[in-house]
Design a protein. Structure first.
Length: 274
């Protein structure tokens, strides 16, 4: 009895692994496990459950026998001609495509970061005067991000001026504002249609949520003194001010892939030297 396939069956070249979603589910679960470290324990529990389900499903796809599928190769009665290789043409200059291809000038991020820092400082100072009873309260609380000892300070100390805390808070406030301003330079052009809504409202809400979820791990004592509605208002003030300034600047095209001479517009003479 011949083992050759009949005319109604197509021969197969080889078997390949069957597509499976379990590796993706496992990776998603592992991501949630680590995300729960800085957010909430329920996020880690959900991630662990997804990872276990993904690992079990992935294991069953491989053991005891690997799940495969065969690729049919169609029969052709007329032999096809041998392919002719075309000569390879090497381009003289290849520019790597980037997204976005145009961004705002870097100076717009620096200017926007400083103006956003001023807007955020005004809202924070208003909270300190109206709600906390001292303008130094928000300044000292910001310094507590890098000085954990401030979290155990008394309320009277938090409401009084401290030169070291003030210098640390000012440096942290300005440096972070400039950094976020430079991020806005690249991020705003990638946001569809209304970038000010995404940069001025959605983004501040997201990073406020991250701060709210992680501060009880980083410094639980400091969290007791923060007013989160005022904190969110200060972040939105920064996002709207910084995003508005950055968006007013004209777009410039990125120069990646160009030589230094092309970036500096240096003209090279075609004639020989005299």
């Amino acid at each position: 009895m011949s083992d050759a396939p009949n005319e109604h069956e197509a021969p197969y070249l080889r078997a390949i692994p069957r597509p499976t979603p379990w590796p993706l589910i496992t990776a998603f679960g592992c991501t949630l496990v680590f995300a729960g470290i800085v957010t909430h324990v329920l996020v880690s529990v959900t991630g662990a459950a997804c990872a276990i389900v993904g690992l079990v499903g992935w294991f069953r796809e491989v053991f005891p026998h690997e799940a495969t599928e065969e690729i049919p190769i169609a029969q052709c009665e007329i032999p096809l001609p041998a392919p002719v290789l075309a000569p390879r043409s090497t381009p003289r200059h290849t520019v790597r495509k980037l997204v976005p291809e145009e961004i705002h000038p870097y100076r717009s991020g620096l200017v926007g970061g400083l103006i956003g820092a001023a807007a955020m400082a005004i809202v924070a100072a208003a909270w300190g005067i109206i709600d906390a009873g001292s303008i130094w309260m928000p300044i000292n609380l910001l310094a507590g991000v890098v000085l954990p000892s401030i979290g155990s300070a008394s309320e009277e100390a938090l409401k009084s001026f401290n030169g070291t805390w003030f210098a640390c808070s000012a440096f942290l406030h300005v440096s972070l504002s400039l950094m976020v301003g430079l991020i806005f330079v690249v991020a705003l052009p990638m946001m569809p249609k209304r970038p000010l809504i995404a940069g001025g409202i959605i983004a501040p809400i997201l990073w406020t949520g991250v701060a709210w979820a992680s501060l009880h791990v980083v410094n639980p004592t400091l969290e007791q003194h923060i007013s989160w509605p005022w904190f969110l208002a200060s972040q939105i003030a920064f996002g709207c001010a910084c995003g508005g300034v950055v968006a007013r600047f004209n777009m410039v095209r990125l120069q990646f892939g160009q030589t230094i001479a092309e970036r500096l517009d240096v003209e090279q003479s075609k004639g020989g030297s005299r």
